[in-house]
Ligand binder design. Structure first.
Ligand SMILES: [Zn+2]
Length: 290
């Protein structure tokens, strides 16, 4: 265990996962927490107080030491989709099927005992935590509710990406990307791989200059690394499908008309049919927005 310098104000502590320490004067913000041993080493950086911990996902290697953070009075912020797997995990263990179970998500890698949290991070928002402005981005793939954190610091845009990627062009866990054992959707069993591709593309839209994963080394050329990873995942996905799948349309045009209601009229329905008792359509038949 030890601290590795990433930039002037960011250090990495190697624990059950990488714990990133963003420090300013005598205070620090942590990304993930590992076993909590990082608290014994912060004096090396002149840090006297940790204000907040931001968690990327609920897996035990990220959060197993959180009880120590609670005892130290540190604010704990977690992904909204996975909040229950941290502060209400007792109920998860009480209700999770243990046998004859085809739900293969790795939520069994949750905490053994729940810990209270301060709140959920706000996705797609920039919020001040301690001395740092942090933008939270949903990054499903490794888990359903994973998030990443973007911070402009020391002249660079840094992305703390949890287990979305593992170093250059690789994944930390391929098994974690299989959410369903089987199913009828063409991407059944490949949900996490497909989500990883989409998350990587959305992440690149923010033009991060360095990816800092929970495991593995920093990625200093994110577009090239993501391109390699995407190629590998695309090969895997295409092996499992009868027809090709390209992710771009899901990002560019994510909405489909479910009923001929209010905001879009597909070509199959040239005449708009209002869904409300009103005789007036609520928007134009030519509108493609939803
Ligand atoms: Zn994980």
């Amino acid at each position: 265990m030890g601290l590795t310098r990433i930039t002037d104000h960011v250090h990495r502590f190697e624990d059950t996962c990488h714990v990133y320490v963003l420090h300013h004067e005598h205070e620090a913000l942590l990304i993930d927490f590992g076993s909590g041993a990082v608290l014994d080493h912060l004096h090396d950086l002149g840090v006297e107080r940790v204000t907040d911990i931001l968690v990327t996902h609920h897996h035990r290697d990220q959060v197993q030491g959180l009880a120590r953070a609670v005892a130290a009075g540190i604010r704990i912020w977690v992904p909204p989709v996975e909040r229950d797997l941290i502060e209400s995990v007792d109920e998860h263990w009480r209700t999770r099927p243990l046998d004859n179970d085809y739900d293969v998500r790795q939520d069994r890698f949750s905490l053994l005992e729940q810990v209270p949290v301060t709140g959920a991070v706000a996705e797609y928002r920039t919020v001040r935590h301690g001395a740092f402005d942090v933008h939270t981005l949903p990054l499903p793939g490794h888990t359903v509710g994973s998030v990443g954190y973007l911070v402009d610091l020391d002249g660079r845009r840094l992305a703390f990406t949890g287990d979305l990627v593992h170093g250059e062009g690789r994944l930390w866990s391929l098994a974690a990307t299989q959410w369903a054992y089987t199913g009828f959707h063409p991407n059944a069993g490949m949900e996490g791989a497909a989500a990883t591709v989409l998350s990587c593309m959305q992440l690149l839209d923010h033009e991060p200059e360095m990816l800092l994963p929970s495991h593995g080394e920093p990625v200093t050329d994110p577009p090239a690394s993501v391109k390699r990873l995407r190629g590998h995942l695309q090969d895997l996905i295409d092996m499992r499908r009868a027809t090709p799948w390209l992710p771009e349309p899901l990002l560019d045009s994510p909405w489909k008309t479910v009923t001929p209601t209010c905001c879009a009229t597909p070509p199959a329905w040239p005449t708009p049919t209002p869904c409300s008792p009103s005789t007036e359509p609520r928007c134009s038949s030519t509108s493609a927005s939803t």
